[in-house]
Design a protein around this ligand. Structure first.
Ligand code: NAD
Ligand code: GLY
Length: 355
């Protein structure tokens, strides 16, 4: 099967190229963006051992001069001190505004390298090469970049669209199963949000071609959403399905629960609450729980409603006395609802599994 390309029509627009094996053969695409400039590859300590040499070789074949910066893998690195090291590295290696940053890795790498590209010399070009399923279907597309602050996750960042996204699903073969499941949580999210057909196709036994197709569908849904609302003032908030409670779970666990697992449980909880309040069709929550369980994803956590409510209320997505919730009304259909913040506790209580 040939690869898939999704065009994202934001700013001057860019392509998301999804193709098995493309990592070995992406020189021409890289050359088109990098032109006669140099490239700075930002990657983490796990991904560098697996894929840095491949990207080096590809650049070398195109006679593109490059340098690499490797940071310790994990969310704990997505902070101001690693960002500062990346910026100092770019300056020390004398990268100029016509050069390009390449993010090779998962969402942590993409978010941080993207932010560095947004602020270094007031902005230089940026390419995303996602190596986790989560990054492929979500974080590499749409231009949100960020680092975490002591006060919370993703509290400092910028909107910075990449020049291109190159996604080779073959690299997911080296992902630990838990990381693949993490990405499936965000993938399932697109099914709940936009497409019952996509939702019904999740079977935990995906062939490489089916994986490409699944990623293409998710990226297309994300692209269309971001095209309508690049700066997250309306429709894009739909992509936060499961995230209000999910972020609260991450926070309550002191970030030992990963993003996808937290979003999975957040999605199941908001679906149960939505059904209890008759916003969602009967049976919606059970169907979501069943698909999450296929991938061993959680549908609840042991934190109390009080703990989750206070963590959720400290989230940056709250605006004044209102909070925008994403509520499933069925499979493939969700709505945005502004609720007074006092109502959040009721949703969380109704969302707990024992309700
Ligand atoms: P991650 O980047 O930390 O990757 C997870 C783990 O997998 C890491 O240990 C990494 O080294 C390893 N890894 C990556 N690719 C691998 C491969 N092919 N083989 C083996 N190991 C590999 O985390 P993530 O789950 O990709 O992303 C989570 C981050 O993304 C969070 O910080 C979250 O806030 C952010 N995020 C951002 C957006 C956005 O729109 N910008 C959307 C969703 C999530
Ligand atoms: N991951 C949510 C967004 O990009 O808006």
């Amino acid at each position: 099967m040939t690869g898939k390309t999704v065009r994202v029509n934001v700013g001057k627009g860019y392509d998301v190229i999804i193709e098995n094996g493309i990592l070995n053969a992406c020189g021409k695409i890289l050359r088109e963006v990098i032109g006669n400039g140099r490239a700075a590859i930002i990657t983490d300590s796990n991904v560098s051992k697996l894929y840095l040499q491949t990207v080096f070789n590809t650049l070398k074949n195109e006679n593109i001069d490059c340098e690499s910066f490797i940071f310790e893998a994990g969310e704990q690195s997505k902070n101001i001190s690693t960002l500062s090291e990346i910026l100092e590295f770019l300056a020390e290696k004398q990268f100029v505004r016509s050069d390009t940053v390449i993010a090779l890795g998962g969402g942590v790498t993409g978010d941080m390298a993207g932010f560095a590209a947004a602020v270094y010399l007031r902005g230089i070009k940026f390419i995303q090469i996602p190596t986790t399923l989560l990054a492929a279907v979500d974080s590499s597309v749409g231009g949100k970049t960020a680092i975490d602050l002591c006060a919370g996750k993703n509290l400092a960042g910028a909107f910075k669209q990449p020049e291109a996204v190159i996604c080779d699903p073959e690299v997911f073969s080296t992902l630990p199963p838990k990381e693949f499941a993490n990405g499936m949580a965000e993938t399932i999210k697109y099914g709940v949000l936009f497409s019952e057909d996509l939702f019904d196709s999740f079977n935990n036994n995906t062939t490489p071609d089916q994986l490409c197709e699944m990623i293409e569908k998710c990226v297309s849904f994300k692209a269309r959403t971001v095209e309508h609302d690049e700066f997250d003032n309306g429709e894009r908030k739909l992509l936060n399905l499961g995230h209000t409670i999910g972020h609260a779970i991450e926070k309550c666990s002191n970030f030992t629960v990963s993003h996808g697992y937290a979003v999975a449980a957040g999605m199941a909880m908001i679906a149960r609450a939505s059904e209890a309040l008759k916003t969602a069709k009967e049976g919606t929550a059970k169907r979501i729980e069943a698909v999450l369980k296929k991938y061993s994803l959680p549908t609840d956590f042991d934190f109390t409603s009080d703990e989750l409510t206070s963590a959720a209320l400290s989230d940056k997505k709250r605006s004044g006395n209102k909070i925008t919730l994403v509520l499933p009304t069925g499979i493939g259909e969700c709505i945005l609802k502004d609720e007074p913040i006092e109502k959040l506790e009721e949703y969380i209580k109704l969302g707990k599994e024992n309700n």
